[in-house]
Design a protein around this ligand. Sequence first.
Ligand SMILES: C[S@@+](CC[C@H](N)C(=O)[O-])C[C@H]1O[C@@H](n2cnc3c(N)ncnc32)[C@H](O)[C@@H]1O
Length: 349
Amino acid sequence: MAEHLSQSELDYPFKLLEYFNGFRVSKVIFSACELGVFDHLLKSQKPLPAAHVAQELGTSVDGMERLLDVLVGVNILEVELIDGKACYSSTDVASLYLAKGSAKSLHDMIIYQSQTIYPLWNNMVDAVREGKNQNEKTFGISPEEIFQAIYRSEEEMLKFMGLMNSTWVLDGQDVVTAFNLSCFKSIVDLGGCSGALARELSKAYPSSIVTVLDLPKVIQIARQHFSEQDDAIVFQEGDFFDGDIPPADLFILARILHDWEENKCLQLLKKIHTCCQPGGGVLLVEALLFENHRGPVMAQIFSLNMLVQTEGKEHPPSQYSNMLSSAGFQNIQVCRTGKSYAQINLSGC
Ligand SMILES: C[S@@+](CC[C@H](N)C(=O)[O-])C[C@H]1O[C@@H](n2cnc3c(N)ncnc32)[C@H](O)[C@@H]1O
């Protein structure tokens, strides 16, 4: 990527300019989501002038017009002139992913990026200098207490769970079907949060019993806010470090190991291995780095995010394989499906 960049950018640094202005585009999308622009345009069903949107959403007309214009510039909205007046409407992509009520909405993901990740990334220089998370500087919470920082209020817990949920709207089906898991009749999703991935598993393997284990407060909130009518999944309160792990044929760790430093990952994998029956397995779901340090860029960005927010990092497959072998697992298989989190690792007991 750097080679390509330096050659094509010598005449004029288009790509570089786009990269370092990227935060402004992010901020435009975050602000439009927080103000409810996409929901309002979707609801209206017809193109609207900026003054109308501004009045409905309680903003200045000038500010709204500039915001809408950038969204047109990045092809997220459409504009047309009606009686000489610019009128804005949603594109299909904005309606599908950015409006709150859509089945594929990424609204919760965007709100979390805007209100939690953005302030953390403001302290990136210190994170890189110190080599540790910035929870203390950003939120006043000790760097050792990862989930106390993430769950520092019930509102934050809900936002985080919304973020976790959003990911599986995009990647869930690819993840659960990357390997044929139909031979595993009981599955426990350790740290399964709101249950979104478990629901995808249950849809793909209806004859399997899928249990979500997570911290007690998380399970209570999941039952209260994220459970669905006729939910086929089971919620169970627990602690995968300090409590018992229920028996199962398959244990899932989705975005768990990337939160923790390696000794804790190993401790958890060894504990799971002792609970694993012959023929059973563990499925790791993580954003895998390439071995040669050349990408994928999203996984590299996630790894930097793990630095500012947790004690963990993203790894290439060889590192997960080493951890799994050290914990006693065999027959390790890796599957990349090419999306953010659909890169996984299955291994047998
Ligand atoms: C990064 S989230 C991943 C959530 C989910 N697996 C997913 O991919 O959407 C980490 C999860 O681990 C849970 N967790 C953290 N410490 C835990 C513990 N000691 N026991 C059980 N769950 C824990 C958190 O509550 C959170 O739901």
